[in-house]
Ligand binder design. Structure first.
Ligand code: NAI
Length: 303
């Protein structure tokens, strides 16, 4: 049995915590002793409207269970206000869980600018604004944990979700760079790609499976990633239904051509199998590792 993971004196923001996965994360953080800022605009899955009661209800639930929480009803696109609520109420910020999200599903040929822009705004700009406002405080105190909510729709693609997939994989790009920039200040940054039975997935997942994919089954990973115990950074984890797995990039060893002599599209075609052969594939962890095979090719043909 591992040591208890506790958050006494730590302040956690969970965005979009008025329902679904965010609510489950907020409740579990509070159960483990964190002071929680429960942010939620309280709009529809399509990003319309607003309702303060979503966040207020979760705050009441936390307090009834003996925990500490405050509500914030701003949009994540006003991230500085959410961070200000944490500072005004609890005097600090330690963990940011970027969870708020909406859907505007449409096939690409029917996609309108408004659907593209709003999905970008809530997921990417929202996560940027909240994290950007928290960042100086995390740096200053040499401690921070940031979690972004990606999606398998971003990792693998999904019909009708070009806007959502773009936003969700964008958040993983943000994760990778913030993990690099945050490391020296003990700010660790990870992303999850969750699956949970929420209003967002209702009707999309068969009812029997939906029932089993309880949002609470995602939260233990999120709380672990938010803890001082966790030393992981730059990770991407698929999680749901009581299962957690880590995702990484895999790249074939590829095919090399003579850079001085040049090569033709026909040469590329002739080597296609080799280019796409994952036997003995590399798993570059950073830019330097990623360039290894390319540099080896230059060296091979030098002279
Ligand atoms: P949900 O619809 O139950 O919860 C999302 C919450 O975000 C809502 O309470 C909503 O009011 C809030 N929200 C929306 N726009 C906001 C804004 N501008 N500012 C503040 N709050 C806002 O959906 P669910 O399933 O709990 O989703 C949580 C996150 O997980 C989202 O980022 C979603 O894209 C992601 N996700 C969920 C999956 C699932 O299987 N449920 C699959 C992959 C990703």
């Amino acid at each position: 049995m591992s040591d208890a993971i506790r958050f006494e004196d730590k302040v956690v923001i969970v965005t979009g915590a008025g329902g679904g996965l965010g609510r489950a994360h907020a409740l579990l953080f509070a159960k483990h002793g964190a002071k929680v800022v429960v942010n939620d605009l309280g709009g529809s899955t399509h990003g319309e409207g607003a309702n303060a009661s979503a966040a207020d209800k979760v705050v009441a639930e936390i307090r009834e269970a003996g925990g500490t929480a405050v509500a914030n009803h701003d949009s994540v696109t006003d991230g500085d206000k959410i961070v200000q609520t944490a500072l005004d109420t609890f005097g600090r910020i330690d963990v940011v869980v970027n969870n708020a999200g909406i859907l505007r599903d449409k096939t690409f040929h029917k996609m309108e600018d408004a659907d593209w822009d709003l999905v970008y705004k809530v997921h990417v700009e929202g996560a940027y604004k909240v994290t950007r406002a928290a960042w100086p405080h995390l740096r200053e105190q040499n401690f921070g944990r940031v979690i972004f909510t990606s999606s398998t729709s971003g990792i693998y693609g999904n019909f009708g979700q070009s806007n959502y997939g773009m936003a969700k994989l964008g958040l993983y790009g943000l994760t990778r760079t913030l993990a690099i920039e945050g490391r020296k200040n003990n700010i660790l940054v990870n992303a999850i790609a969750p699956t949970g039975g929420t209003r967002m997935t209702e009707g999309l997942i068969p009812p029997q499976v939906f029932e089993q994919l309880k949002p609470e089954l995602v939260s233990p990973l999120v709380v672990y990633l938010g803890s001082a115990t966790c030393q992981e950074t730059s990770g991407l984890f698929e999680v749901g239904g009581g299962w957690i797995g880590k995702v990484r990039w895999e790249r074939s060893l590829g095919a090399g051509f003579d850079p001085k002599a040049g090569f033709s599209p026909e040469d590329v075609a002739a080597q296609w199998q080799q280019i796409c052969d994952f036997d003995g594939a590399a798993h570059p962890a950073d830019n330097v590792e990623a360039l290894k095979e390319m540099m080896a090719n230059l060296q091979k043909y030098a002279l």
